[in-house]
Design a protein around this ligand. Structure first.
Ligand code: PEP
Ligand code: MN
Length: 334
């Protein structure tokens, strides 16, 4: 309460707390009165209390994200994708092209992903492009090419879902991990729908998403019953224009503290240039990321999408060779 709040003002706040079905705890100091609300905080609307006469400040003491919070599950969670653990001691690298282009491209890419020692493969069949005239992805045909290529190496597939209407098709094609792209982090209807299915979800951070908005987005998925969520930091938009986005390395330990769910990093969309990818990937693992999502194309110069940031098969292999020592240094493996 404000410094000179009256007894009537205190009583009015107490009345409002009771009206919401909670109990009050009034603590009177020599100068200030602090009123606690005991019960389900979600029933309280902070804004309604802030406007009451005599109120100085209203703050929540419990988190609004309950299921994804580490408080609800102090040990880390491991999300299993066809037996492969994400969030456990082993670091997982998901690699593949930005977009599915041809069967041949996907076959060569799958061979390269497996040869580099990665256990999961990425590839976009539905692409969120800034320009409506840019290649939008092959759609369902892309899912076909992707599955055909990945199956040969038993690689689980990770691909982006942009539209709720395609969810059944994703289930039909047995997509192993559904990626929710940065632009859809707060597409709440999409989040609710993927919350209803029993498939792991990679939730990318929005271009300007705060940590708390990101956690709440994950809570939307979790609230529907699907707790198999993996956070993916992919760089945020800042004032800097020298690279595509700023990889928020700080987000890794912060998220690992706030949530029990795995956290992976996409160094490709962060830097936006292939030559930056190894440094960012290494930093991410050193900072505690549970895995990486890396773009690799059989022939980067010919990529239909994000050519600048794609590693070649040789570069991916080389990067993989550098991660083992970092993983070992922090008590993990690759
Ligand atoms: C992608 O992974 O290809 C992609 C479009 O990523 P983001 O949503 O992070 O931009
Ligand atoms: Mn891309």
């Amino acid at each position: 309460m404000q410094l000179h709040a009256t007894d009537e003002q205190v009583a009015s706040v107490v009345e409002h707390i009771r009206a919401s079905g909670l109990q009050e705890h009034v603590s009177r100091g020599s100068e200030l009165v602090i009123i606690g609300a005991i019960g389900d905080e979600n029933k309280l609307d902070v804004g309604r209390f802030e406007i009451l006469p005599g109120v100085e400040r209203v703050s929540r003491v419990t988190k609004q994200y309950k299921i994804v919070s580490r408080d609800s599950h102090p040990a880390g969670s491991v999300v299993k994708v066809r037996g492969i653990g994400i969030g456990g001691p082993q670091i997982q690298v998901i690699a593949g092209p930005c977009s599915v282009e041809t069967q041949e491209q996907m076959d060569i890419a799958a061979d390269a992903v497996a040869a580099a020692g990665c256990r999961l493969m990425r590839g976009g069949a539905f692409k969120p492009r800034t320009s409506p005239y840019a290649f939008q992805g092959l759609g369902v045909t892309g899912l076909e090419y992707f599955q055909a290529a990945a199956r040969r190496h038993k690689l689980p597939i990770v691909t982006e879902l942009m539209d709720i209407r395609m969810l059944d098709t994703f289930m039909e094609y047995d997509v192993d991990v559904i990626q929710i792209g940065a632009r859809n982090m707060q597409n709440f209807d999409l989040l609710k729908e993927v919350g209803r299915v029993n498939k792991p979800v990679i939730l990318k951070r929005g271009l300007s998403g705060t940590i708390s908005e990101w956690l709440m987005a994950a809570e939307y998925i979790a609230a529907g019953g699907n707790h198999n969520i993996i956070f993916c930091e992919r760089g945020i938009r800042t004032f800097e224009t020298a690279y595509r986005n700023v990889l928020d390395v700080t987000a890794i330990p912060v998220l690992k503290r706030e949530t029990h769910l795995p956290v992976i990093v996409d160094p490709s969309h962060a830097g936006g240039k292939a030559w930056m990818v190894p440094a960012l990937a290494q930093a991410a693992i050193a900072a505690g990321a549970d895995g990486l999502l890396v773009e690799m194309h059989p022939n980067p110069c010919d990529a239909w999408c994000d050519a600048d940031q794609a590693l070649s098969p040789e570069e991916l292999k080389k990067l993989m060779g550098t991660l083992g020592a970092i993983a070992t240094a922090i008590g993990r493996s690759i």
